[in-house]
Design a protein. Structure first.
Length: 315
């Protein structure tokens, strides 16, 4: 049997898995990132975790290569971290590809964490059979990936697809991550929804029954709470304005939405789709579909591993 090793590096956890060619996880190892301890410690955990998974593989298993998806902006050609924010302090400049290949002697591919999710969706999920689509990951922040002609669009330095930093209000609050004003991430991410909720609580004459937490606000909205509906309405309109801009710019066949915020379900996606369609011209609207991410919580490791077959010329 043929397998690839996939690793998904985030600010709070590292997941490493052995994945077969059908995109099935056959073994996994999960460990805390503990990013505050520094990049050498994170790299050490990555290498030891890959080693552990390899040691548990059957003797007749053929390991084709290793793929890594990491938070931050990645120089794909060199497999080096071009820039990482506060969630991975000191991670900028880390030569992930070189370190992994030096240790294990296997072909290694490294990309941004949302780009590898797009790989998973393209090969096994909602993007199957599509040549042109966008992935929007709604988590603590908003990540993105652009696929055109079946390929990830990376730009000059691997930084293309920073969809969370498209402004929906040039007079809005300043983004501490990029320096722009009114980034969609400030409104429609988990942290953005929590911020809006906190502002509503501060201004409210009658305190709501929920805390300024994105999951609590979303659940209260689903249950008909009018104050939560006010917050979610702002978040959905902001996200729809951004997605309408992406559609006019890229003319994709689909926009695939995943991440914790989108797990609110069909009510969220249906409302978002109505808002998007109301903001796009008929010429591009007719080609577009809004789709929920399919692969799920394992998309990071599955997509990371699938880079081995996609870029190694085996698909």
């Amino acid at each position: 049997m043929e397998y690839a090793i996939g690793a998904d590096i985030g600010g709070t956890k590292i997941q490493i898995a052995a994945v077969d060619r059908e995109g099935r996880v056959v073994d996994r190892h999960l460990l805390p990132t503990e990013a505050q301890l520094g990049p050498d410690q994170v790299m050490g955990k990555l290498l030891s975790g890959i080693g552990l998974i390899l040691s548990r593989m059957p003797a007749n298993a053929r390991i084709t290569g290793i793929g890594v998806g990491s938070a931050g902006q990645i120089d794909f050609a060199s497999g080096t971290v071009a820039f990482a924010g506060d969630q991975l302090p000191g991670w900028t400049g880390t030569p992930i590809k070189a370190r992994v290949e030096e240790r294990f002697g296997l072909p290694t591919y490294v990309d941004n964490d949302v780009n590898v999710v797009a790989v998973a969706e393209r090969l096994y999920g909602a993007g199957l059979g599509l040549d042109s689509f966008l992935c929007v990951a709604l988590g603590t922040g908003i990540g993105g990936a652009i696929v055109e002609a079946g390929r990830i669009v990376r730009g000059a330095q691997g930084c293309a697809g920073e969809l969370g930093h498209v402004s929906v209000d040039f007079n809005g609050p300043r983004c501490s991550n990029c320096g722009n004003n009114g980034c969609v991430e400030l409104y429609a991410s988990g942290s953005g929804i929590a911020r809006l909720g906190s502002e509503l609580i501060d201004a409210a004459k009658e305190l709501p029954a929920w805390r300024a937490d994105s999951r609590e606000i979303a659940q209260a909205w689903l249950q008909g709470d009018p104050q939560a509906a006010q917050v979610m309405g702002i978040a959905i309109r902001a996200l729809a304005a951004a997605i309408a801009g992406y559609i006019h710019m890229c003319n994709p066949q689909a926009v695939i939405v995943g991440g914790g915020v989108s797990e609110t379900g069909s009510v969220f996606l249906d409302e978002l789709d109505r808002e998007v369609r109301g903001r796009t011209s008929p010429s591009v609207r007719s080609a577009y579909r809004l789709l929920p991410a399919y692969v799920g919580n394992d998309a990071g490791v599955i997509g990371a591993a699938a880079q081995v077959w996609l870029y190694g010329g085996n698909i």
